[in-house]
Design a protein around this ligand. Structure first.
Ligand code: NAP
Length: 271
């Protein structure tokens, strides 16, 4: 039997087990997806223990995404981002990937949104925004990072700018007034919209030439996405990003195409 899983603390809320197990059922695989909750300072022991036990692959979530980097061989994108969310134990040392990043581009692809040559705005400068900004900067012409705490936006933009071909700028949330009307792509990577029916982007800035991805997936239909749809924009909900980070992880672990429809149906049923 193949064993895959998730390490994080806490992991009780995770939708990854049902989503991955739907893939195993669909492909008739003898496999199980298990959650593990090591102590916050036990990243090294967790990776070594999983390797010793013959675990095939692990997803990694908070608080281990940065710490795990030191105990795996990260691919180039994960190394640049400075965070790993997927470990493949089929090699020694195990390989580390950041499929949060790949999930963003696959989610746009799935909605026929081409990022090539576009002008993009990322709202937020936390962990999700980091994966989003690095991904967009590899494909878009321009990426603007806007965040409530301006210093964090500037720090993220400086990290992204160091390796990316795109022009990368930063500002506070007030910079959205100028940037969103001129943008082709907008991603909300703040947690605004999760706890309450709020949006980080004023509705009057949205327009019909935008593609809008909201990383928030609880609720699936956020106020930002409702406003964007009303403005005629293409909308991509956060469940697509969550789905495709899992799809890309599955593909790294198994070398097979993931059964995207089965995984999506289970994820949406859970949400
Ligand atoms: P994080 O590291 O804690 O970052 C939170 C971000 O939200 C920061 O930029 C913070 O700004 C901003 N923020 C929080 N409250 C705000 C407010 N009231 N007004 C304006 N900005 C505010 O969190 P994260 O891990 O990046 O997660 C962010 C969101 O993405 C969460 O909803 C999470 O569920 C979602 N997410 C989704 C996926 C997916 O696959 N769909 C993956 C990862 C995360 P400051 O810097 O100013 O504090």
């Amino acid at each position: 039997m193949h064993v895959f899983g998730l390490i994080g603390n806490p992991v009780g809320h995770s939708l990854s087990p049902p989503m991955h197990e739907a893939a195993y059922r669909e492909l008739d695989m003898d496999a199980k997806y298990v959650t593990f909750e090591p102590d916050a300072d036990a990243a090294e022991a967790a990776i070594e223990g999983a390797a010793a036990l013959g675990v095939d692959g692990l997803n990694v979530t908070i608080p281990f995404k940065q710490d795990v980097l030191d105990f795996v061989e990260p691919d180039e994108l994960a190394a640049r981002i400075g965070a790993v969310n997927t470990v493949d134990f089929s090699t020694s040392p195990p390989r580390g990937y950041n499929t949060d990043a790949a999930g963003v581009s696959r989610a746009f692809d799935h909605h026929d949104v081409s990022l090539s040559g576009t002008d993009a705005v990322v709202v937020g400068a936390g962990g999700a925004a980091r994966a989003v900004a690095f991904t967009l900067a590899d494909a878009c012409d321009r990426v603007h990072v806007a965040n409530r705490t301006v210093e964090k936006a500037e720090s993220l933009a400086a990290d992204v700018r160091a390796d990316a071909p795109a022009t990368v700028t930063a500002g506070g949330l007030d910079s959205l007034d100028e940037r969103v009307p001129a943008a082709d792509v907008l991603v909300n990577a703040t947690s605004v919209g999760m706890e309450e029916d709020a949006t980080p982007v004023p509705a009057d800035l949205l327009h019909g030439d935008l593609a809008v991805l909201d990383a928030v997936y609880t609720p699936v239909e956020t106020r930002l996405l409702r406003d964007a749809a009303a403005a005629g924009a293409t909308t991509v909900d956060g469940a697509w990003m969550l789905l495709f980070q899992g799809v890309v992880a599955f593909e790294h672990w198994t070398g097979r195409d993931a059964p995207v429809e089965a995984m999506n149906a289970e994820l949406r049923a859970q949400l």
